[in-house]
Write a protein that binds this ligand. Structure first.
Ligand code: DX5
Ligand code: ZN
Length: 228
């Protein structure tokens, strides 16, 4: 399994095409297309209609992707009770599971992050544009990835919010000061131009939906983000 052999570090620049922008009726072909275009991880946006104002797909869809392609699956849970559904996403083949710090009101985020790692997955923590960096600080020693949202989550195709860049810089500084190794991912409105801005701030994982699946030449679009 390639995804098990490859050791990704925060020094790697990782491109994660978001299947939210793919043709759901041809998910296997779309995943293969993204891999052939140079995508490193597949980003899977799970939305429950509660935590965000949209409904996307669940574990069965992720399992379909997992069964047709051996690619690292980056699962972004935009759901109110990630703890409750966790085992189903693990069984579906998730390699990395990211939960939102804003769901703390519904469950204990620290316990959920530990459960993700105990299940053999990488653990990610996301924060929305309106959430201050301080909210994630108590958890930074327990994560493999920090996801700094560059749009309000819920929909693809929105505009990149440059004003959240200081949170990326704070994540880089905290990581160095505490000798930690988490990735910093950006998600929302990412294309070559905005990847350059987020990369300069210190992000190394770039989620891109419409700019990759919607491109005439997906390979060129992925390469442009990588080289930005
Ligand atoms: C937004 C999702 C994103 C979305 C990004 O709620 O978390 O992953 O797919 O889409 P684009 O790249 O089109 O902004
Ligand atoms: Zn996402």
């Amino acid at each position: 399994m390639n995804r098990g052999v490859k050791k990704w570090t925060f020094q790697d620049r990782i491109i994660a095409p978001s299947l939210l922008a793919a043709d759901f009726g041809r998910v296997a072909e779309e995943t293969t297309r993204a891999i052939n275009a140079g995508g490193d991880w597949m980003h899977l946006d799970v939305m429950d209609g509660h935590f965000v104002d949209n409904i996307s797909f669940g574990p069965a869809f992720i399992q379909a992707v997992h069964e047709t392609n051996d690619v690292f699956l980056d699962v972004h849970l935009m759901i109110a009770r990630p703890d409750h559904y966790l085992p189903r996403f693990v069984s579906a083949g998730a390699d990395l599971i990211t939960v939102h710090v804003e769901t703390e009101a519904n469950h204990d985020v620290a316990t959920t992050l530990q459960a993700i790692r105990a299940a053999g997955c990488k653990a990610g923590l996301a924060l929305n544009p309106a959430t201050p960096f301080e909210a994630v600080v108590p958890h930074l020693g327990e994560i493999d990835l920090l996801l700094v949202m560059t749009v309000v989550p819920g929909f693809g195709g929105q505009s990149f919010m440059e004003e959240v860049m200081p949170k990326i810089e704070a994540g880089v500084k905290y990581r160095a000061d505490h000798d930690l190794h988490y990735h910093i991912e950006v998600d929302g409105g990412i294309g070559a131009d905005t990847a350059a801005i987020a990369g300069a701030a210190g992000a190394n994982v770039f989620v891109a939906g419409s700019s990759t699946f919607g491109a005439r030449d997906m390979g060129a679009a992925v390469a442009a983000i990588r080289e930005a």
